[in-house]
Design a protein around this ligand. Sequence first.
Ligand code: FMN
Length: 221
Amino acid sequence: MNVTQAIKQRHSTRAYLDKAVSQQQIQSILEVARFAPSGVNMQPWQVAIISGQKKSSLQQQMQTAFEKGDKESMDYHYYPTRWVEPYKSRRIATGTELYTALDISREDKARRLQQWQANYRAFDAPIMLLFFMDPNLETGSYIDYGMFLQNIMLLAEEQGLATCPQGALAEFPKLIKNFLNYDESLILLGGMALGYEDKDHVVNQYRTTRVEVPEFSQFFE
Ligand SMILES: Cc1cc2nc3c(=O)[nH]c(=O)nc-3n(C[C@H](O)[C@H](O)[C@H](O)COP(=O)(O)O)c2cc1C
């Protein structure tokens, strides 16, 4: 598989087979992903790999916190607090596509909520990755981190695995750091579901679109 194929094939996968991914497979992905570039080679990534019993307990805790309405503030703002165009429309289109694929109507708040909550189980993938960063680092390190995350997703493709990057997994930073016994000052950036795609599931059938190159680029000669 070449880079172009891996990039084009990758898509956010929200239903997985009940098939294990070995520690060795994850290790081999991280072995290569760590070659992502970073400013002055800071390598800001810190990854927790959660599976099995640990994953069941953590997702149960998040689910309970969600049901009780125990909202936490995230360690950083992933989304804008005020939505402007064209991002507002793109956000709406993305949600609409997802719910249409699942045949969930606009009024069906219960099923929409259910779908959102599947985030806290990493969509039942066998692996939930969680990404942390030292609070002494600056905005530049978020750029570096993104490259590392994309590496993981492309390497997963190469291994026949699927992923979904998840900002939603940054919604309970205190709960998660407490669960993992991590320093509470660390920044929880989010997470990622990792596993074998359930290719028959409707949620994995649709594909998102992208704006054309001239809409976001300009040549100066
Ligand atoms: C950093 C990041 C966080 C995301 N968070 C979520 C999330 O919490 N839940 C979710 O279902 N999708 C999430 N996504 C997936 C996006 O919705 C998806 O990448 C986008 O719609 C484009 O679709 P594609 O990944 O299939 O190409 C996230 C993507 C990124 C890059």
